[in-house]
Design a protein around this ligand. Sequence first.
Ligand SMILES: Nc1ncnc2c1ncn2[C@@H]1O[C@H](COP(=O)(O)OP(=O)(O)OP(=O)(O)O)[C@@H](O)[C@H]1O
Ligand SMILES: [Mg+2]
Length: 247
Amino acid sequence: MLKLTRLSKKFLRGKQNVTVVDDVSFSIEKGEVLGLIGESGCGKSTLAKMILRLIPSSSGQIYFKGEDITHKKTKNLARSIQIVFQDPFSSLNPLLTIEQILKEPTQIHGLPHRVDELLGLVKLSPSLKKRYPHELSGGQRQRVGIARALALKPDLLVCDEPVSSLDIPIQAQILNLLVQLKETLGLTLLFITHDMDVVRYIADKVIVMDQGKIIREYSNLLLCKEELDMEILQRTSPSESLPAYQT
Ligand SMILES: Nc1ncnc2c1ncn2[C@@H]1O[C@H](COP(=O)(O)OP(=O)(O)OP(=O)(O)O)[C@@H](O)[C@H]1O
Ligand SMILES: [Mg+2]
């Protein structure tokens, strides 16, 4: 479904070129959930933005369903790849109602609106349609962010820390919703987080990023439970961990 080969991103900082994503290669198969984990600042969001073509890559290739999309325009990718951002408050236009927010993508692409259907998918009442983002709870706002990402029926959803800004019980609800949507809609997910418990709950495969590079890949989470637990001990403080999930 998605294949990155030797993808890199350099930013100019002062007079120096700093490599933020360094020679990253991986692939995600259809229907798979790939967890991408790494500490703050290691380049996760930069990688996500390159996949969405929100920023250009410095070198390397991005293939989607076999097509080289490295230089494709974001608008032309929108029906294939979408993103759910960490903070739904800053990613939803505060001047638009929920209905207007959910109509926007289909309007831009000249497609029929799906507002009620989208609200149903993310288990929100249609009565919220006339409200503005600030009139919703954090969890409800993130459900709107997910609904908006689904408006054009994408194949691949990139989730950039979609639950990090939420309270822990709400995190579990949103994770469950994403798992259900993945099953019912046959989505493929790239799930970015710095929380190993979240990744272990949701992902089929995990890659660990450090300072722009992929330093480890776990392709069978059942077989490598002990190694992953070590990774949790080393990388996350207990206060950041989620309670154990039932799988
Ligand atoms: N437009 C930019 N110009 C220059 N440097 C940037 C730019 N965007 C990001 N960076 C730098 O690139 C590095 C990686 O940032 P990025 O946002 O990808 O990290 P991240 O892994 O998503 O972190 P977090 O977990 O905190 O979200 C950081 O050092 C950041 O300061
Ligand atoms: Mg980030």
